[in-house]
Design a binder for this molecule. Structure first.
Ligand SMILES: Nc1ncnc2c1ncn2[C@@H]1O[C@H](COP(=O)(O)OP(=O)(O)OP(=O)(O)O)[C@@H](O)[C@H]1O
Length: 497
C-alpha cells in the first residue's frame, strides 16, 4: 500500500455515471480526507476490482447497465462479508431501501441526499470498518503473543505484561487515523508512547509536539492554526500552525487536561470537521495529521465535574491507553536501574558502578510518585556523586527511607492505606500489630534486618530483639486470621512507618 493513503483499506465507487464518480471522489477527498479511492464505471468489472485491491467499503449505484446494483450487492455480501456496502441510488423508494438493507447493505442513501449527511454516513462506515480491522489485528497479536515491530519499542525498557499488552494494542491501531488518548501519572513515559504511535504509523510526515498547558486561547489558536499576514497587530507575515507542520504525520498535544474551555471547543470542532481556519483567513484547511493527546489528569473525573467537555473526551478517547505507574511495575525496576546506570555512566564518562545488594529491595518498597522520571533522576544523581566501585547508597537512602520526612508524610496521608477494622471484630493489640509489622517488613526486605529496620523506622538492634522475642514465643492463635490479618499488617506498615 502507498504511504499516507487514508483509510488503510480502499473505498470502491461503482457507478455508470462518470461525472458522479468524479464529483463524489472530490467531495470524499475534500470533506472527509479520504484518499484511498478506486473508481468503477462498468459494473462487470466491480468483482475483479474487489479481488485485486484491499477494498473495505463499496459505494454502490442501483440502476446500472450490464449488472444491476442489487445483483452486485448480493454477490459482494456473499463473497466478501467483511466489506461494508453503502447503496447510493437515484431511487427514492422505501421498499427498495429496505430490500437493500435486508440483503446486507450497511446503509442506503438517495443521490439527492444533502452532501454533508452522506459524507457523515460514509465516515461512520469507515469507522466501523476500522474497528473491524483493529479487532482482527488485536486478536492476531493476542493469540500469537507477538509484536510485529518490536524495534519501535526498543527504547521503552520494560518486561511488564501490562506494558506488553499496551504495545500490542498500539500495533493493532497503528494504521488508523483516529485520535489516541494516552493517560497515566506524570513521568510514566507517555511521551515515549506518543513517539511509538508515530513510528508505528509509517506516516512520512513529522511528529510535532505542543504542550497546551497554560496556553491562553489566542496563543493556542495561533500555535495550532497559524495566521495570515495582517491577521492581528504584529502579524507581519503569514505563519503556518503546528497542524500544518504536522501534515502527513502526528500532532501530539501534551497536557490536554489543562486545556482552557474555549480552546476545548476549537479542538472539538477540528476533530469533528477535520477542518480549521488560520487566524484572519476565511478559507478552511484540512487536518492531515493524526492527533495524539496525553494527560496525567483524570479526565473521567474532570468531565464528570464539567471541567473537561464530555464530547471532546469521547472524541479523543476513540483509542485509549493507560500507562501503569512504576509502583505497579516493580518487576521493571531492576531493568530500568541497570539501563539508567549504564546510560548515566556512559554520559558522565565513568565506569558503571556495581549495584549494592540492598538497593533493589529499597527501590521495590518505594511508591515512586514521580515514576520513571524520578528513578532516572535519582540514578543520575547517584552516579554523579559516586566515587568507588560500588554505587553509593547516600542519594537513595535519603529519598527512599525514613530519613525523608516528606515520604513519611505522604505515607501518613495515603488514604488508600486506611483499612477498615470490622466493628464486629475486637481490635488487635499493639503487640499483635507490632508482630505483624515486623513480619511484613522482614518479608519486604527479603530477610535483610538492616533494611527491614529502616522500613519501619526502628534501630536494627531493636528489631533484632523483637525478632528474638517473637521466635522464643509459641505462636499464639491469631483472631485476625479470619480474613483481615494481612490488612492489619498493611495498615501498620503504611501508617506506622
Ligand atoms: N520505559 C522506559 N524506559 C526508559 N526510559 C523511560 C521509560 N519510561 C520513561 N522513561 C524516561 O523517563 C522520563 C519521563 O518520561 P516522559 O517524559 O515520557 O513521561 P510523561 O509520562 O510524558 O511525563 P509528564 O506527564 O510529566 O509529561 C523520560 O526521560 C523518558 O525517557
Amino acid at each position: 500500500m502507498q504511504k499516507n493513503l487514508y483509510p488503510q483499506f480502499g473505498i470502491l465507487l461503482v457507478d455508470d455515471e462518470e461525472a458522479f464518480l468524479r464529483s463524489m471522489s472530490i467531495a470524499l477527498e475534500r470533506k472527509a480526507g479520504f484518499s484511498h479511492l478506486y473508481h468503477c464505471h462498468d459494473s462487470r468489472n466491480a468483482m475483479s476490482m474487489i479481488a485485486e485491491h484491499p477494498i473495505g467499503i463499496v459505494l454502490l449505484d442501483m440502476t446500472m447497465p450490464h449488472i444491476s446494483g442489487d445483483k452486485l450487492l448480493q454477490k459482494i455480501v456473499t463473497e466478501y462479508p467483511d466489506i461494508n456496502v453503502i447503496v447510493i441510488s437515484g431511487l427514492n423508494q422505501l421498499e427498495i431501501a429496505l430490500d437493500c438493507i435486508r440483503l446486507g447493505a450497511f446503509d442506503y442513501y438517495v443521490k439527492t441526499t444533502e452532501e454533508r449527511r452522506l459524507i457523515e454516513g460514509i465516515k461512520r462506515a469507515v469507522r466501523m470498518q476500522e474497528m473491524h480491522v483493529e479487532n482482527q489485528a488485536l486478536r492476531r497479536h493476542v493469540l500469537t503473543n507477538t509484536l510485529e515491530q518490536p524495534n519501535v519499542f526498543a527504547s521503552i525498557i520494560t518486561q511488564d505484561k501490562g506494558m506488553h499488552a499496551v504495545f500490542q494494542y498500539l500495533e493493532s491501531i497503528a494504521s488508523s487515523q483516529q485520535p489516541v488518548l494516552i493517560t497515566g501519572e506524570s513521568g510514566v513515559g507517555k511521551e515515549q508512547i506518543a513517539q511509538a504511535i508515530h513510528d508505528l504509523s509509517n506516516n512520512t510526515g513529522p511528529l510535532v509536539s505542543v504542550n497546551v498547558a497554560g496556553l491562553d486561547d489566542n496563543v493556542f489558536s495561533d500555535t495550532l492554526f497559524g495566521h495570515r499576514r495582517g491577521a492581528f497587530t504584529g502579524a507581519d507575515s503569514a505563519r503556518p500552525g503546528m497542524i500544518e507542520q504536522a501534515t502527513g504525520g502526528t500532532l501530539f498535544l501534551d497536557e490536554i487536561g489543562d486545556l482552557s474551555p474555549t480552546s476545548q471547543v476549537k479542538l472539538l470542532r477540528l476533530l469533528q470537521e477535520g477542518e480549521y481556519y488560520p487566524l484572519g483567513s476565511d478559507r478552511p484547511k484540512r487536518l492531515r495529521a493524526r492527533v495524539v493527546a496525553a494527560t496525567h489528569q483524570n479526565l473521567t473525573d474532570k468531565q464528570a465535574s464539567g471541567a473537561f467537555r464530555k464530547d471532546l473526551y469521547y472524541r479523543l478517547k476513540i483509542h485509549h491507553v493507560e500507562i501503569p505507574p512504576l509502583r505497579r511495575r516493580v518487576n521493571d525496576l531492576p531493568l530500568l536501574l541497570d539501563f539508567f546506570l549504564t546510560q548515566a555512566a556512559e554520559e558522565m564518562g565513568k565506569n558503571k558502578p556495581t549495584i549494592p545488594k540492598e538497593l533493589p529491595v529499597l527501590l521495590a518498597n518505594y511508591q515512586w510518585p514521580g515514576n520513571i522520571r524520578e528513578l532516572k533522576a535519582l540514578v543520575y544523581d547517584a552516579v554523579s556523586r559516586h566515587q568507588s566501585k560500588v554505587l553509593s547508597m547516600e542519594t537513595f537512602r535519603h529519598v527512599l527511607t525514613k530519613e525523608n520526612p516528606s515520604l513519611l508524610q505522604a505515607n501518613l496521608e495515603n488514604s488508600n492505606a486506611r483499612v477498615f477494622f470490622p466493628a464486629e471484630q475486637p481490635l488487635p493489640s499493639m503487640q499483635e500489630i507490632n508482630d505483624l509489622l515486623v513480619e511484613e517488613a522482614m518479608k519486604r526486605a527479603q530477610g535483610n534486618q538492616s533494611l527491614a529496620s529502616r522500613l519501619i523506622g526502628v534501630s536494627q538492634p531493636a528489631l533484632s530483639k523483637r525478632l528474638n522475642k517473637k521466635s522464643a514465643k509459641p505462636p499464639k492463635s491469631n483472631p485476625y486470621n479470619c480474613g483481615y490479618s494481612y490488612n492489619h499488617s498493611y495498615y501498620s506498615l503504611k501508617t506506622l512507618i
